[in-house]
Design a protein around this ligand. Structure first.
Ligand SMILES: *Cc1c(COP(=O)(O)O)cnc(C)c1O
Length: 353
C-alpha cells in the first residue's frame, strides 16, 4: 500500500550495517540506522519523520516514567526468496496497537500514519532484513507519555516511535514450564489483553522464581482459582490433544496474538478441528496421566512455535510430545513457506514493501 502521505527522511551519514555479523545477533541489541518519530501535542500527531537512530531526552517528570502509560507492538519483516521484503500482517498489529492504546487512555494512531511510517522505515532499512533462513527484521512500534507533570493524570503529550532490529533464527529449545499456582499475569477486566509495559514488568518476578526452580517460564492460570491455563510466558498457548487444536478463548486476560490467529486459520484450512475454549489444568493433567500424545506450544512473533517438553503441575511433572513429526512444527514450516513466497499467500498476510 502506498498512502498519500510521505514523511521527511533525514538519512544517516554512515550505516552500521556492515559492522554486524548477522550470524551472531543478540536479540534486540542492535538498532538499525534509523527510527521513525512523531510527537502528539495539542490533540494532533506532529512532525512525523525518519531520523538517524538517536537517544531521546525527556523530563524526569514525564508521566510514563511514573504511571506507566506505555504501549508497544512487535512484528517482523521477512526476506522473500525473490529478494523482496514483506511485513507480516501489519494491519492486524495496527488494530491491536489501537486497542491497547484505548485501554490506556492514549491517543490512537491513524491507519495511514502507522502504515506509511512502517513502510518508509522498512523500505529505508531493506539492507537490514537478513537473508539467512528464519532470520528477520523485528519491528517495534511503541508509544509513551511525555507530558512533564507529577500529578496522577492522563498525559496530554506522547511520543510514537518505530525502531527495528535484525534477529537471527530463533532456536526454539523445548521449554520446561511450571503451571503458576500463586501469581497471576492478568485479572478479568484488567490489562491482560493489551501490550502495555506494566504487564511485562509485573511478570518478571514469577518468571524469575520459576527459573530459580529450574523451569524456563510459567504457564499462567486464571486469577480466580488458578484452574484454567491462560498463556505461556509472553506467548499464547496451544494444545493438540486427540487431534484437536485447543487454545484459550480471547477474553480480557488473553492477548489476541497474530501468530495464534494465523495458526488457527491454517489449522482450519487443513481441516484440523480447532476449539477456542478454556483448558483446565485438570483436563490437561488427565490427558498427560493417561499417556496420550499431548503437544503443547507457545505461539508468538519471536519464536512462532515454541515447543513445550515438560509441564510441572504442583508436585507432578509430565513430558509432552516434541517429536520431529509433531503437528506444531508443521504450522511453523507452513508460515515460513508463506513468508518466503514458497507457498501462495492465500490470506493476504504479506505486506510487500
Ligand atoms: C505479544 C504477545 C503474544 C503473542 O502475540 P503475537 O502477535 O503472536 O506476537 C502473546 N501473549 C502476550 C502476553 C504477548 O505480549
Amino acid at each position: 500500500m502506498k498512502t498519500s502521505l510521505a514523511f521527511p527522511i533525514r538519512q544517516a551519514t554512515t550505516s552500521r550495517r556492515h559492522q554486524l555479523d548477522f550470524e551472531q545477533l543478540v536479540f534486540g541489541k542492535e538498532p538499525t540506522d534509523h527510527l521513525f518519530i512523531s510527537e502528539f501535542a495539542e490533540g494532533n500527531w506532529q512532525n512525523p519523520r525518519i531520523e538517524p537512530f538517536h537517544d531521546i531526552r525527556m523530563s524526569p517528570f514525564s508521566l510514563s516514567l511514573h504511571y506507566g502509560q506505555t504501549v508497544f507492538e512487535g512484528m517482523k519483516a521477512f526476506r522473500m526468496n525473490d529478494g523482496r521484503v514483506a511485513i507480516f500482517r501489519p494491519d492486524k498489529h495496527h488494530e491491536r496497537f489501537n486497542r491497547s492504546l484505548e485501554r490506556m487512555c492514549m491517543p490512537e494512531v491513524p491507519y495511514e500514519l502507522f502504515m506509511q511510517a512502517l513502510h518508509e522505515l522498512v523500505d529505508l532499512e531493506q539492507a537490514w532484513v537478513p537473508e539467512l533462513p528464519d532470520a528477520a527484521l523485528y519491528i517495534r512500534p511503541f508509544m509513551f507519555a511525555t507530558e512533564a507533570r507529577l500529578g496522577v493524570k492522563v498525559s496530554d503529550e506522547y511520543i510514537f516511535m518505530i525502531v527495528a532490529t535484525p534477529v537471527a533464527q530463533y532456536y526454539a529449545k523445548p521449554l520446561r514450564l511450571k503451571v503458576e499456582l500463586e501469581f497471576v499475569r492478568a485479572a478479568d477486566g484488567g490489562t491482560g489483553s493489551t501490550k502495555c509495559g506494566g504487564n511485562y514488568g509485573a511478570a518478571f518476578y514469577p518468571a524469575q522464581k520459576a527459573r530459580a526452580e529450574g523451569f524456563d517460564q510459567v504457564l499462567w492460570t486464571d486469577s480466580h482459582k488458578h484452574e484454567f491455563i491462560e498463556e505461556s510466558g509472553t506467548m499464547n498457548v496451544m494444545f493438540i490433544i486427540d487431534d484437536v487444536l485447543v487454545t484459550p478463548p480471547l477474553t480480557s486476560t488473553i492477548l489476541d496474538g497474530v501468530t495464534r490467529d494465523s495458526i488457527l486459520t491454517l489449522a482450519r484450512q487443513r481441516g484440523i478441528a480447532t476449539e477456542e475454549r478454556p483448558m483446565s489444568r485438570h483436563e490437561l493433567q488427565a490427558a498427560l496421566r493417561a499417556g496420550k500424545r499431548v503437544e503443547v506450544f507457545g505461539a508468538g512473533t519471536a519464536a512462532v512455535v515454541a515447543p513445550v517438553e515438560w509441564i510441572q503441575i504442583g508436585a507432578d511433572g509430565y513430558s509432552c510430545y516434541t517429536g520431529a513429526d509433531a503437528v506444531m512444527f508443521s504450522f511453523k514450516k507452513e508460515l515460513d513457506a508463506i513468508r518466503t513466497g514458497e507457498r501462495p499467500d492465500l490470506f493476504g498476510w504479506n505486506y510487500l514493501v
